[in-house]
Ligand binder design. Sequence first.
Ligand code: AMP
Length: 549
Amino acid sequence: MKGLMQEHELLISSVIRHAAENHGDREVVTRESDGRITRSCYAQVEQRARQLAAALVGLGIRPGDRVATLAMNSYRHLECYYGISGMGAVLHTVNPRLFAEQISYIINHGQSRALLLDPCFLPLVESIAPRLKKIEHLIVLTESTLMPPAGGRPMLCYEQLLDAAPGSYQWPSFDERSAASLCYTSGTTGQPKGVLYSHRSTLLHALVSLQADCFGLRSVDAVLPIVPMFHVHAWSMPYGCAMAGAKMVLPGNHVDAPSLVELIQSEQVTMALGVPTVWSMLVNHLRDSGQSLPSLQRAVVGGAALPPAIRDALEQCSGARVIHAWGMTETSPTGAVATTTANLEQLSADERRAELLKQGRPPWGVELKITNPEGEPLPSDGISSGQLWIRGPWIARGYFRRGRERVLDEDGWFPTGDVASRDAYGFIKISDRTKDVIKSGGEWISSIDIEHIATAHPQVRFAAAVAADHPKWGERPLLIVVRADGSALGAEELLEYMRPRMARWWLPDAVVFVSELPLTATGKVLKTSLRAAYRDYFLTAPGQPTGNR
Ligand code: AMP
């Protein structure tokens, strides 16, 4: 017997329609590339998104066609989110921080027919334009007076397109399982792979991100996604904020620490989201400039493990509750969030804080399991660690245009490639990417744990532990460190600090000081390049200690 409830497809257009009707005057604030602040609101975003949809229809874009964006966080990019998916086309967000070859590969592989770009990416697009065979329309996200002079490939002006489009366009209805957006993995090894989200997966995921035990979004919030809208939907904030009616604060390409701090203060931001390297940059700036962030209530940290030192610094300079979350491009991204539970409330404050540094528990909708190499489930004892698997309605089941490649196991589980343990409270702890684990004398050493202990030293700004080949132990940890400004910290001093805080055989065999660490296009430390550069360190560097075991 079927239920007697109304049938409505879960469509992305319904989110912006809701926001326009019920939170129409709630602001969407953008810092433009010239530093000006522009104030839009959900009513305007919805109106203009419908005009964009009408304009795209006029250009011949059909449902299912991919339409790419190469843009920072701004109200115009938000309009693209709703206009493109809302009309039934597929929003293909492209990460401009990738290499030019990767960008052209991603746009070509996604077969996008139009590309909307911020003016700051014009030189990049001009350099790859001859390779973008499928792109029929280049649309610059700007007004007519700021359009580049004609020459090269013809470009359309976004504001002129919108001005010419009818305002009467109505959102169509279609199957909620239709593709809504496409985002490629960062592809640190091999070619990037396309994750194709549906309207249904996007809305279910966004709904869950609103929950009090996830990010707890409310209409009174002012939310600053420092995480970019070009990668995994800025962790769903463009949808979640509109659902909740929260004010959005979008930094454009001003993502340096002073600009972000100023924006948080002037717009009274209550929640901000970023990767650890960005938060680290922010807290260092706050410390150096003696400023604080009194309005900030929640700081969401994800994309890489949260170092305790960053959590402590964030709490000190803002009073914000720090929420640690785990996820991947393939998981939309939210797969686990560390927020307190009734059981955790029974613990001492220190025990609870230690627990909340882990990656947390799955929200409703996703299931997690951890297995040994034979595929057998491991006990939730907080010690046994193995491959983490995930499944649920917003987890990928395959990649775009990869033929019959099989991604899931026979029970529908997606292999994350992360190594994790789970404890009696149900909290998972990620110890590494499978590829980053340091295998020393047949046992595994967690690079993340080593890094957290090193970064707790006040004179360490960033630290990365990588496996280097070792004649006796197979691999040994090598620590690569960026010192704090003005520090003359030495290797022995740092190792002495770390020695009592970790198992003897985990202690890195050597420390290398560098001026900066290579970062991925999403702001994470690029371990693959460090591993390649230092693979032979213990085989070639003279006078190295022979290991701490
Ligand atoms: P991406 O698909 O580029 O967003 O990267 C996903 C990967 O980032 C995951 O598989 C993890 O290895 C890593 N990651 C994301 N969040 C966390 C976290 N909170 N702690 C540790 N690693 C994380």
